[in-house]
Each structure stands twice: as C-alpha cells, then as structure tokens.
Design a protein around this ligand. Structure first.
Ligand code: FAD
Length: 286
C-alpha cells in the first residue's frame, strides 16, 4: 500500500485531482482523461467529495475504480459536513478493505440551502482527523489556504490553526494561488510555528477568465491584475487557454526552484493543460 507520506519522504510528488463523474458519459470521459495522464506516471490522484451529499457514492466508486483498474494510488477526499462518526467509519472500512490508505480530511462547505444540511458529528477538519486516527492507520492529508481561509478572522489566526492541524496530519495540499509569494510566506510562517510537514502547492491552470473569477471568489484566492491583463490580451479562447497554461508553467517552475515537495494539479477532469505544463517543464513522460 503506497502512503503519500512515504513518497514525499523519498522525493517530489506529481499528482492530479479529479471530481467524481455523475453520469455514464462523465465516467467514460474521466476514464479517458486518466488513461491520457497515466503515462505521466503520477505519484497519486485525488478524488473530491461533494460535501453537500451529491457525489458521495460517486467519490467512493471512483476511488475504488482507480485503485482496481490503474497503477496509480488514489487519495479519497472526506468532509466533516453532514457526516456522523458511524458513516465515516463505514466509508473508511470500505477503503481499507480495498487497500486504500490515503485520505484528505476536510471541513467541507455547508450546503448553499440550509434546508439541505444533514447532522454532523464534526465541526473542523481536526475533529475528523482525531476520529480517523482512532479507527485506522491512514496517511492523512489536509487543506492549506495560502491566502487564508475565507472564514478565518485574520491570516495570523488561520496560520496558527493550520499549524495545529498540520501537527496531527502527514502533509497538506494547498488551495490554488497565482503568486509564488503566497506559497513561500505560508511555508515560512508554518516553519516559524514549528511545522515542517510537507505542503504540496495546488496548481490551477487557467483556461478561461470567467471560470477563475468564480473559483477565486469561492476559495478566497486572489485573481491578480497582472494575470487578468495577460489573459485579456488573448485574441481567441484558444489563445487565452495557452496564456493560462504558460502562466501556470511559470508558477510551477518557480515552485520547483523554491523547493516545493511536489505539484498537485487541479485538472477539472481534463488532461490537456496538465500534459502541456508537463511538456513545457520538461518533466519525464513514460
Ligand atoms: P478547517 O481546517 O476545519 O478550517 C475551516 C475554518 O475553521 C478556517 O477558517 C480555520 O481557521 C477555522 N478553524 C479550524 N479549526 C478551528 C478551531 N478549533 N476553532 C476555531 N476555528 C477553527 N471541499 C469539499 O467539499 N470537497 C472536497 O473534495 C474538497 N477538496 C479540497 C481540496 C483542497 C486541496 C482544498 C484546499 C480545499 C478543498 N475543499 C473541498 C474545500 C474545503 O472543504 C473548504 O475550503 C472548507 O471551507 C475548509 O476546509 P478545511 O479542511 O481547510 O477546514
């Protein structure tokens, strides 16, 4: 069983994030994307979890499929929102039976409509981690927010609570960001708080402006003026996409130069941008 912490201890990891498909067409398309990305020999792939409850079975099925059908170790996302301890124990039992040991423990976001809220035995990611540690010997990753989480009162409080969370976890993966300074200050602040657990930067290749505007608003990540100006100079949707890939490639190169322990790509279930970045960085392809 491959533990992500062991991979990080021996070298850099290159990983991809997917959302679980909700239809037969989506499954076919994700299968194709994973087949196209497999030659890049990813260290692991992660599968997101719909905190609102919409994708739960899809997440489990996708994680089990990756474990069964590919050579890539999967990491399953799990959220506090709307979960009882019994449900979490049940999900973990299924994963452990299948030989899956990597999970990303998240708070999740409350459903947009409060009427959709389900009872939850956990509030913060640390509550979930505590329970996960009790029930199994898992490799547990957490989310880090380089520019601070939108619910945090200030950056110093965010960093202090993140440091506490990281002391009980094996690694972190970040929310996306576009300026390397956000990553460097996150890692430096954690070091000042006594934490040197690996922090893998999350990379979002921008393929169109509207998509980034929406995601940045939700995640608390800034959409910097310099990037907007570069993208707005694009003369066609394909040109904008190429500029986005180029900007992401430059960020990846800076991160590797700065000693990041890996790169985690938000693929949005597509392979093209990630493959292009790999090629532009000169990373090995099988
Ligand atoms: P926490 O670490 O619990 O923190 C949430 C907020 O509470 C922060 O402001 C923190 O400072 C504060 N806090 C923490 N502990 C305490 C405490 N003891 N007392 C007071 N305040 C506290 N969401 C999904 O629904 N599904 C996914 O699959 C998913 N994948 C993600 C993957 C990555 C890499 C990232 C970065 C985010 C992902 N998210 C996902 C989004 C995430 O669930 C939300 O950002 C959520 O609002 C916060 O999750 P967290 O685990 O960082 O929360």
């Amino acid at each position: 069983m491959t533990r992500i912490a062991d991979l990080l201890a021996t070298g850099r990891t290159f990983s991809f994030e997917f959302s679980p498909p909700k239809s037969a067409d989506g499954s076919m398309s994700l299968g194709r994307t994973i087949a196209e990305l497999e030659p890049l020999a990813p260290s692991f792939v992660s599968v997101t979890y719909g905190a609102g409850g919409s994708t739960r079975e899809h997440t489990r099925d996708t994680v089990l499929w990756v474990q069964r059908e590919t050579s890539i170790p999967p990491m399953a996302h799990l959220t506090c929102v709307g979960h009882t301890r019994a449900e979490i124990a049940d999900i973990i039992a299924t994963y452990v039976d299948a030989g899956i040991v990597n999970v990303l423990a998240l708070a999740g976001d409350p459903p947009k409509n409060p009427a959709d809220a389900r009872p939850s035995d956990y509030t913060y990611a640390t509550d979930l981690i505590e329970h996960l540690r009790e029930i199994s010997d898992l490799c547990i990753g957490v989310a880090a927010h380089p520019e601070g989480h939108p619910r945090s009162p200030d950056l110093a409080t965010d960093r202090r609570l993140l440091a506490e969370k990281m002391k009980v976890s094996d690694f972190a993966t970040t929310q996306f960001f576009f300026d390397i300074e956000h990553y460097v200050s996150l890692v430096n602040d954690l070091a000042d708080l006594g934490v040197d657990t690996p922090v893998i930067p999350g990379i979002m290749p921008v393929t169109n402006i509207g998509q980034v505007e929406r995601m940045a608003e939700l995640s608390g990540a800034a959409f910097p003026d310099w990037l907007r100006a570069r993208l707005e100079a694009g003369t066609s949707p394909e040109h904008v996409r190429q500029i986005g890939v180029e900007a992401a490639t430059q960020l990846c190169a800076q991160l590797l130069e700065a000693g990041a322990p890996g790169l985690h790509f938000y693929t949005l279930n597509k392979s093209t941008a990630t493959r292009e970045i790999y090629a532009q960085l000169g990373l090995p392809v099988a």
